[in-house]
Design a protein around this ligand. Structure first.
Ligand code: ADP
Ligand code: AMP
Length: 215
């Protein structure tokens, strides 16, 4: 089963992908995570992507589609959860080709619908464990024990350099202009299911699980 989680920055894609990985043995394919790893490692891709990401703009279609192709070749367990990819019409076409070449299909496109006003608050309050990457929020998902990761017990956390109000506005503009327009094409193929991303985290997961159980 291969699915896309589609929604603006802060909609909850990464949060839900992690839960589906744990519940279903699926694998999260986040181009944002792949690009951040490339930036950290100082690879040629990372060097090209760094300033684009810091500005909240989109990295080139060729780069991100190549990353996805390489990752698909490593195997995806019980299925792929595309998180943050595709983000343009060209990427949507590339994904169709990448899947067809591997005799795989796309089963669902889950749209996480969220009030735009809520997104800035979600993003500026977001942080992750510096050791295992588990995601938290200052208000909506605090660690159970203060300053201690629920998953690995580590005490250091980090925030993304692009999670500031100014960059978030650019990222939302990019989403509206380039990503939202790919939805109608998937709707025409009968793949799109809309989930209320304003519900609490566990309810969103349940709504997604209910959709995946139709298969
Ligand atoms: P995305 O991957 O779509 O950019 P995230 O999954 O990182 O978004 O979520 C952004 C922030 O909002 C995180 O700090 C996360 O803990 C929080 N969050 C995610 N889903 C919800 C929800 N349903 N309600 C409240 N906060 C949420
Ligand atoms: P994300 O982690 O999904 O919020 O992505 C962080 C940043 O990485 C984005 O603002 C873009 O600069 C870049 N990025 C991630 N995925 C893509 C993609 N599919 N296409 C273009 N740029 C991307």
């Amino acid at each position: 089963m291969n699915i896309i989680l589609l929604g603006p920055p802060g909609a909850g894609k990464g949060t839900q992908a992690a839960r589906l990985e744990a519940d279903r043995g699926m694998v999260q394919l986040s181009t944002g995570d792949m690009l951040r790893a490339a930036v950290k490692a100082g690879t040629p891709v990372g060097l090209q992507a760094k300033s684009v990401m810091e500005a909240g703009e989109l990295v080139s279609d060729a780069i991100v589609s190549a990353l996805i192709g390489e990752r698909l070749d490593q195997g995806t367990g019980n299925g792929a959860i595309f998180d943050g990819y595709p983000r343009t019409a060209a990427q949507a076409d590339a994904l169709d080709k990448l899947l067809a070449e591997r005799e795989a299909t796309l089963d669902f496109v889950i749209e996480l619908a969220v009030d735009e006003d809520a997104l800035v608050e979600r993003i500026v309050g977001r942080f992750t464990c510096a050791n295992c990457g588990a995601g938290y929020h200052d208000k909506f998902k605090q660690p159970k024990v203060a300053d201690t990761c629920d998953v690995c017990g580590h005490h250091e956390f980090k925030r993304r350099p692009d999670d500031n109000e100014e960059t978030v506005r650019t990222r939302m503009t990019e989403y509206r202009a380039k990503t939202a327009p790919i939805l109608p094409g998937y709707e025409a193929r009968g793949l799109v299911y809309r989930v209320d991303g304003m519900a609490d985290i566990a309810h969103v997961t349940q709504a997604i699980e209910d959709i995946l159980d139709r298969k």
